[in-house]
Design a protein around this ligand. Structure first.
Ligand SMILES: NC(=O)c1ccc[n+]([C@@H]2O[C@H](COP(=O)([O-])OP(=O)(O)OC[C@H]3O[C@@H](n4cnc5c(N)ncnc54)[C@H](O)[C@@H]3O)[C@@H](O)[C@H]2O)c1
Length: 276
Protein backbone atom coordinates (compact mmCIF):
# COMPACT_ATOMS: atom_id res chain seq x y z
CA UNK A 1 0.00 0.00 0.00
CA UNK A 2 1.38 3.40 -0.96
CA UNK A 3 1.32 6.36 1.43
CA UNK A 4 -1.31 8.46 -0.40
CA UNK A 5 -3.36 5.74 -2.10
CA UNK A 6 -6.31 7.31 -4.00
CA UNK A 7 -6.03 10.63 -2.15
CA UNK A 8 -6.78 13.75 -4.19
CA UNK A 9 -3.87 16.19 -4.00
CA UNK A 10 -4.01 19.73 -5.40
CA UNK A 11 -0.58 21.26 -5.99
CA UNK A 12 -0.26 24.89 -7.07
CA UNK A 13 2.60 26.09 -9.25
CA UNK A 14 3.11 22.47 -10.28
CA UNK A 15 4.53 23.19 -13.73
CA UNK A 16 8.17 23.83 -12.96
CA UNK A 17 10.55 23.25 -10.10
CA UNK A 18 9.51 22.06 -6.69
CA UNK A 19 5.76 21.95 -7.39
CA UNK A 20 6.31 19.62 -10.32
CA UNK A 21 8.53 17.38 -8.18
CA UNK A 22 5.95 17.29 -5.37
CA UNK A 23 3.11 16.43 -7.77
CA UNK A 24 5.15 13.59 -9.26
CA UNK A 25 6.24 12.28 -5.84
CA UNK A 26 2.61 12.26 -4.68
CA UNK A 27 1.54 10.43 -7.84
CA UNK A 28 4.18 7.77 -7.18
CA UNK A 29 2.60 7.36 -3.72
CA UNK A 30 -0.80 6.67 -5.26
CA UNK A 31 -2.46 10.10 -5.25
CA UNK A 32 -4.53 11.50 -8.09
CA UNK A 33 -3.57 15.06 -8.88
CA UNK A 34 -5.08 18.43 -9.57
CA UNK A 35 -2.26 20.67 -10.74
CA UNK A 36 -2.31 24.34 -11.60
CA UNK A 37 0.13 26.86 -12.97
CA UNK A 38 0.22 30.00 -15.10
CA UNK A 39 2.62 28.23 -17.48
CA UNK A 40 0.59 25.88 -19.71
CA UNK A 41 3.61 24.22 -21.31
CA UNK A 42 5.20 23.33 -17.99
CA UNK A 43 1.83 22.12 -16.73
CA UNK A 44 1.52 19.71 -19.67
CA UNK A 45 4.94 18.29 -18.81
CA UNK A 46 3.95 17.55 -15.20
CA UNK A 47 0.61 16.15 -16.28
CA UNK A 48 2.34 13.68 -18.61
CA UNK A 49 4.64 12.57 -15.78
CA UNK A 50 1.72 12.06 -13.37
CA UNK A 51 -0.19 10.05 -15.95
CA UNK A 52 2.92 8.02 -16.75
CA UNK A 53 2.94 7.06 -13.06
CA UNK A 54 -0.53 5.60 -13.64
CA UNK A 55 -2.49 8.29 -11.81
CA UNK A 56 -5.24 10.65 -12.95
CA UNK A 57 -4.43 14.31 -13.44
CA UNK A 58 -6.58 17.39 -13.89
CA UNK A 59 -4.30 20.19 -15.13
CA UNK A 60 -5.71 23.71 -14.94
CA UNK A 61 -4.31 27.08 -15.88
CA UNK A 62 -4.93 29.17 -12.77
CA UNK A 63 -3.29 32.30 -11.38
CA UNK A 64 -3.55 31.81 -7.62
CA UNK A 65 -3.61 35.57 -7.02
CA UNK A 66 -7.01 35.66 -8.76
CA UNK A 67 -9.69 34.74 -6.20
CA UNK A 68 -12.36 33.89 -8.77
CA UNK A 69 -9.98 31.68 -10.72
CA UNK A 70 -9.02 29.86 -7.51
CA UNK A 71 -12.64 29.25 -6.54
CA UNK A 72 -13.38 28.00 -10.06
CA UNK A 73 -10.40 25.63 -9.88
CA UNK A 74 -11.61 24.08 -6.60
CA UNK A 75 -15.12 23.74 -8.07
CA UNK A 76 -13.65 21.86 -11.04
CA UNK A 77 -11.57 19.68 -8.74
CA UNK A 78 -14.65 18.82 -6.67
CA UNK A 79 -16.67 18.08 -9.78
CA UNK A 80 -14.02 15.73 -11.18
CA UNK A 81 -12.83 13.99 -8.00
CA UNK A 82 -15.48 14.74 -5.35
CA UNK A 83 -13.10 16.54 -3.00
CA UNK A 84 -9.54 17.64 -2.26
CA UNK A 85 -7.73 15.71 0.49
CA UNK A 86 -4.35 17.43 0.25
CA UNK A 87 -3.47 21.00 -0.69
CA UNK A 88 0.11 22.04 -1.38
CA UNK A 89 0.42 25.82 -1.56
CA UNK A 90 3.59 25.92 -3.62
CA UNK A 91 2.99 28.58 -6.31
CA UNK A 92 4.99 31.69 -5.65
CA UNK A 93 6.64 34.61 -7.24
CA UNK A 94 10.26 34.06 -6.35
CA UNK A 95 13.39 36.15 -6.90
CA UNK A 96 14.17 35.38 -10.52
CA UNK A 97 17.33 35.40 -12.52
CA UNK A 98 16.63 38.88 -13.86
CA UNK A 99 19.59 41.24 -13.99
CA UNK A 100 18.11 43.40 -11.21
CA UNK A 101 17.36 40.41 -8.95
CA UNK A 102 20.82 38.95 -9.51
CA UNK A 103 22.41 42.32 -8.81
CA UNK A 104 20.59 42.68 -5.47
CA UNK A 105 21.33 39.05 -4.58
CA UNK A 106 25.05 39.41 -5.25
CA UNK A 107 25.27 42.72 -3.34
CA UNK A 108 23.61 41.09 -0.35
CA UNK A 109 25.76 37.94 -0.38
CA UNK A 110 28.97 39.94 -0.79
CA UNK A 111 27.94 42.23 2.07
CA UNK A 112 27.50 39.35 4.55
CA UNK A 113 30.51 37.30 3.46
CA UNK A 114 33.20 39.83 2.49
CA UNK A 115 34.81 42.57 4.59
CA UNK A 116 33.75 45.91 3.10
CA UNK A 117 32.73 49.39 4.26
CA UNK A 118 29.37 49.37 6.05
CA UNK A 119 26.69 51.08 3.98
CA UNK A 120 23.05 50.79 3.04
CA UNK A 121 22.42 48.27 0.28
CA UNK A 122 19.63 50.52 -1.07
CA UNK A 123 17.27 47.60 -1.53
CA UNK A 124 14.13 48.72 0.29
CA UNK A 125 14.23 52.20 -1.21
CA UNK A 126 14.39 50.75 -4.72
CA UNK A 127 11.17 48.71 -4.26
CA UNK A 128 8.22 50.10 -6.23
CA UNK A 129 4.60 49.92 -5.05
CA UNK A 130 3.74 47.71 -7.99
CA UNK A 131 6.53 45.26 -7.21
CA UNK A 132 5.59 45.13 -3.52
CA UNK A 133 1.95 44.36 -4.34
CA UNK A 134 2.93 41.61 -6.79
CA UNK A 135 4.87 39.75 -4.09
CA UNK A 136 1.85 39.85 -1.82
CA UNK A 137 -0.68 39.06 -4.55
CA UNK A 138 0.79 35.67 -5.40
CA UNK A 139 2.63 34.61 -2.26
CA UNK A 140 0.16 35.69 0.42
CA UNK A 141 -3.23 36.26 -1.18
CA UNK A 142 -2.79 33.14 -3.32
CA UNK A 143 -2.09 30.97 -0.26
CA UNK A 144 -5.10 32.45 1.54
CA UNK A 145 -7.50 32.00 -1.40
CA UNK A 146 -6.44 28.37 -1.94
CA UNK A 147 -6.49 27.55 1.78
CA UNK A 148 -9.99 28.97 2.24
CA UNK A 149 -11.33 27.14 -0.81
CA UNK A 150 -9.72 23.86 0.31
CA UNK A 151 -11.07 24.16 3.86
CA UNK A 152 -14.60 24.58 2.51
CA UNK A 153 -14.21 21.07 1.08
CA UNK A 154 -12.21 19.59 3.96
CA UNK A 155 -14.09 20.88 7.00
CA UNK A 156 -17.41 19.09 6.33
CA UNK A 157 -15.46 15.84 5.88
CA UNK A 158 -13.32 16.40 9.01
CA UNK A 159 -10.22 15.40 7.08
CA UNK A 160 -7.41 17.09 5.21
CA UNK A 161 -3.75 18.01 4.98
CA UNK A 162 -2.44 21.44 3.97
CA UNK A 163 1.24 21.99 3.28
CA UNK A 164 2.45 25.53 2.76
CA UNK A 165 5.75 26.00 0.98
CA UNK A 166 7.43 28.78 2.92
CA UNK A 167 11.11 29.68 2.92
CA UNK A 168 14.07 30.37 5.15
CA UNK A 169 13.54 33.86 3.72
CA UNK A 170 10.57 34.13 6.07
CA UNK A 171 12.59 33.05 9.11
CA UNK A 172 15.23 35.76 9.03
CA UNK A 173 17.41 37.86 6.77
CA UNK A 174 18.66 35.15 4.39
CA UNK A 175 16.85 36.78 1.46
CA UNK A 176 17.26 40.42 2.48
CA UNK A 177 17.96 41.03 -1.22
CA UNK A 178 14.18 40.54 -1.74
CA UNK A 179 12.22 42.13 1.13
CA UNK A 180 8.83 41.66 -0.56
CA UNK A 181 9.49 37.94 -1.01
CA UNK A 182 10.84 37.56 2.53
CA UNK A 183 7.94 39.38 4.17
CA UNK A 184 5.38 37.40 2.19
CA UNK A 185 7.00 34.12 3.24
CA UNK A 186 7.01 35.25 6.89
CA UNK A 187 3.29 35.87 6.39
CA UNK A 188 2.85 32.33 5.08
CA UNK A 189 4.56 30.99 8.21
CA UNK A 190 2.17 32.81 10.51
CA UNK A 191 -0.87 31.94 8.38
CA UNK A 192 0.22 28.30 8.69
CA UNK A 193 0.16 28.48 12.49
CA UNK A 194 -3.08 30.42 12.86
CA UNK A 195 -4.88 28.22 10.33
CA UNK A 196 -3.50 25.10 12.00
CA UNK A 197 -5.02 26.15 15.31
CA UNK A 198 -8.30 27.04 13.62
CA UNK A 199 -8.83 23.68 11.94
CA UNK A 200 -6.95 21.06 13.99
CA UNK A 201 -10.20 20.35 15.83
CA UNK A 202 -11.71 19.36 12.49
CA UNK A 203 -8.87 16.84 12.02
CA UNK A 204 -7.15 18.98 9.38
CA UNK A 205 -3.37 19.16 9.65
CA UNK A 206 -1.69 22.36 8.45
CA UNK A 207 2.12 22.60 8.35
CA UNK A 208 4.80 24.49 6.46
CA UNK A 209 8.08 23.60 4.82
CA UNK A 210 10.48 26.53 5.10
CA UNK A 211 12.80 25.55 2.26
CA UNK A 212 16.41 26.52 2.09
CA UNK A 213 17.91 26.81 -1.40
CA UNK A 214 16.32 24.47 -3.95
CA UNK A 215 17.99 23.70 -7.26
CA UNK A 216 15.08 24.80 -9.47
CA UNK A 217 15.05 27.19 -12.48
CA UNK A 218 15.65 30.44 -10.53
CA UNK A 219 18.80 29.09 -8.84
CA UNK A 220 19.86 27.26 -12.00
CA UNK A 221 19.82 30.67 -13.63
CA UNK A 222 21.87 32.14 -10.78
CA UNK A 223 24.52 29.43 -11.11
CA UNK A 224 24.59 29.83 -14.89
CA UNK A 225 25.44 33.52 -14.69
CA UNK A 226 27.26 34.09 -11.37
CA UNK A 227 31.03 34.36 -11.13
CA UNK A 228 32.98 31.78 -9.09
CA UNK A 229 33.29 34.31 -6.25
CA UNK A 230 29.55 35.01 -6.31
CA UNK A 231 28.73 31.29 -6.23
CA UNK A 232 31.14 30.79 -3.34
CA UNK A 233 29.58 33.69 -1.42
CA UNK A 234 26.32 31.77 -1.47
CA UNK A 235 27.63 28.26 -0.91
CA UNK A 236 29.86 29.13 2.02
CA UNK A 237 26.76 30.19 3.97
CA UNK A 238 25.38 26.63 3.68
CA UNK A 239 27.21 24.12 5.91
CA UNK A 240 26.43 21.25 3.50
CA UNK A 241 27.98 23.37 0.74
CA UNK A 242 25.21 22.74 -1.77
CA UNK A 243 21.56 23.53 -2.47
CA UNK A 244 18.86 20.92 -1.93
CA UNK A 245 17.39 18.90 -4.79
CA UNK A 246 13.61 19.16 -5.36
CA UNK A 247 13.26 15.46 -4.49
CA UNK A 248 14.78 16.12 -1.04
CA UNK A 249 11.92 18.52 -0.30
CA UNK A 250 9.21 16.55 -2.11
CA UNK A 251 9.76 13.55 0.17
CA UNK A 252 8.96 15.75 3.18
CA UNK A 253 5.81 17.05 1.49
CA UNK A 254 4.69 13.43 0.93
CA UNK A 255 5.31 12.67 4.60
CA UNK A 256 3.33 15.72 5.75
CA UNK A 257 0.48 14.69 3.42
CA UNK A 258 0.43 11.16 4.85
CA UNK A 259 -1.24 9.76 7.96
CA UNK A 260 2.11 8.83 9.50
CA UNK A 261 2.62 11.81 11.81
CA UNK A 262 1.35 13.99 14.66
CA UNK A 263 2.54 17.34 13.23
CA UNK A 264 0.26 20.37 13.39
CA UNK A 265 1.24 24.02 12.93
CA UNK A 266 4.91 23.14 12.49
CA UNK A 267 7.45 24.88 10.29
CA UNK A 268 10.03 22.33 9.17
CA UNK A 269 13.10 23.72 7.49
CA UNK A 270 15.28 21.52 5.31
CA UNK A 271 18.16 23.89 4.55
CA UNK A 272 21.51 22.08 4.63
CA UNK A 273 22.32 23.73 7.96
CA UNK A 274 21.88 27.28 6.65
CA UNK A 275 19.55 28.04 9.59
CA UNK A 276 20.06 26.01 12.78
N1 LIG B 1 14.12 27.72 -5.24
C1 LIG B 1 14.46 28.01 -4.00
O1 LIG B 1 15.63 28.11 -3.66
C2 LIG B 1 13.39 28.19 -2.96
C3 LIG B 1 13.80 28.48 -1.65
C4 LIG B 1 12.85 28.62 -0.66
C5 LIG B 1 11.51 28.46 -0.97
N2 LIG B 1 11.13 28.16 -2.23
C6 LIG B 1 9.71 28.03 -2.51
O2 LIG B 1 9.45 26.86 -3.23
C7 LIG B 1 8.29 27.06 -4.04
C8 LIG B 1 8.60 26.65 -5.48
O3 LIG B 1 9.65 27.43 -5.98
P1 LIG B 1 10.56 26.94 -7.19
O4 LIG B 1 11.94 27.13 -6.79
O5 LIG B 1 10.10 25.61 -7.65
O6 LIG B 1 10.20 28.06 -8.27
P2 LIG B 1 9.87 27.95 -9.82
O7 LIG B 1 9.87 29.34 -10.33
O8 LIG B 1 10.76 26.95 -10.47
O9 LIG B 1 8.40 27.37 -9.83
C9 LIG B 1 7.30 28.13 -9.41
C10 LIG B 1 6.11 27.72 -10.21
O10 LIG B 1 5.00 28.51 -9.78
C11 LIG B 1 4.34 29.01 -10.94
N3 LIG B 1 3.65 30.25 -10.61
C12 LIG B 1 4.20 31.48 -10.43
N4 LIG B 1 3.25 32.37 -10.17
C13 LIG B 1 2.07 31.71 -10.18
C14 LIG B 1 0.72 32.10 -10.00
N5 LIG B 1 0.41 33.37 -9.76
N6 LIG B 1 -0.25 31.16 -10.06
C15 LIG B 1 0.07 29.87 -10.32
N7 LIG B 1 1.32 29.44 -10.52
C16 LIG B 1 2.32 30.35 -10.46
C17 LIG B 1 5.45 29.21 -11.97
O11 LIG B 1 4.94 29.27 -13.28
C18 LIG B 1 6.30 27.99 -11.71
O12 LIG B 1 5.88 26.87 -12.47
C19 LIG B 1 7.91 28.53 -3.90
O13 LIG B 1 6.87 28.65 -2.94
C20 LIG B 1 9.17 29.16 -3.38
O14 LIG B 1 8.94 30.33 -2.65
C21 LIG B 1 12.04 28.02 -3.25
Amino acid sequence: MTKLQDKIALVTGAGLGLGGAIAQAMAREGANLVICDIDREALAHTRAAVEAAGRQCLALRCDVSDREAVDAMFAQAAERFGTVDILVNNAARIPSGSKEDLGRRNRHYAYVTTPMPRQSLGIVTSLTDDDWLKWWGVNMHGVFYCTRAALRLMEPRRSGKIINIASVAGLGTGSAHSPGYSASKAGVINLTKTTALDVAGANIYVNAIACGGVMTPPFQQFFATASEAEKNNLLQMIPLGRLGEPSEYASLAVYLASDEHYLVGQVISPNGGYVM
